[in-house]
Design a protein around this ligand. Structure first.
Ligand code: AMP
Length: 224
């Protein structure tokens, strides 16, 4: 069922959703829709949407549904019927999940799998504290404790690395709390529909990737 697969990746901040979405796309041709990347793009461009989203993002809170839902659902529904997609960072609360469900059901394009990448809180705090992003290509990098981030450049393109404002400790705490309060209930919604698969996410990137590929039925040997 690999081609045309419709997937959602759910996990706490720092679970590696973006990284795993990129790895999946090396094996299957799927559109990648990341709500966080979309907001950061608008923020960099200084659009009204970016400016509105910024205050919530910097506090580690969710951007309000009336801003988020239309823009993400517009992107999802613009994908041709037979093509697949990976949704990364959406839905993040029950209302978003219900609105997505309504749209997809109306077009008989239900989700194939919702992958929950489960990571323990100490591991998240460690990862987010050392996460630096490339300004040019947005690739995430892990900087070790005591390592000087300013001495490093992007492994992919040589760009400058920076720490996201919402990876600062206070915002990280808030984002984890918001995840526990608002996003965790979404797991029950998908469990009831029989599409939820659980993948432990404390392991290495490669191991988590292997488990996700098995869970969503993508043969590891096949490369596009
Ligand atoms: P992420 O890169 O997925 O961690 O998202 C960064 C920030 O963007 C989040 O902390 C939220 O402020 C905002 N955001 C991303 N996706 C959503 C969403 N589905 N609903 C509301 N806010 C979101």
């Amino acid at each position: 069922m690999a081609q045309g697969l419709r997937l959602v990746l759910i996990g706490p901040p720092g679970a590696g959703k973006g990284t795993q979405a990129q790895l999946l796309r090396e094996h299957v041709d799927l559109a990648h829709i990341s709500s966080g990347d979309l907001f950061r793009h608008h923020l960099r461009q200084g659009t009204p949407l970016g400016l509105r989203a910024k205050e919530y993002m910097n506090r580690g809170e969710l951007v309000p549904d009336e801003v988020t839902i239309d823009i993400i659902l517009g992107k999802v529904m613009s994908i041709p019927d037979d093509d697949g997609f990976i949704l990364d960072g959406f839905p993040r609360n029950r209302n978003q999940a219900q609105e997505l469900d309504k749209k997809l059901t109306a077009e008989s394009r239900n989700l194939d799998k919702v992958v929950h990448i489960d990571v323990s809180e100490p591991a998240l705090l460690r990862r987010l504290g050392g996460r630096y992003i490339c300004r040019a290509c947005q690739s995430p990098h892990a900087i070790g404790l005591g390592e000087d981030a300013s001495a490093r450049t992007c492994d992919q393109c040589g760009g400058e690395l920076y720490q996201r404002d919402d990876d600062a400790p206070a915002a990280v705490k808030k984002r984890i709390q918001v995840y526990n309060d608002e996003t965790m209930p979404v797991l029950g919604f998908y469990r009831k529909r029989g599409v939820l698969v659980e993948v432990p996410g404390d392991d290495t990137i490669a191991e988590v990737n292997k488990q996700i590929m098995a869970a969503v039925d993508v043969p590891t040997a096949r490369k596009l």
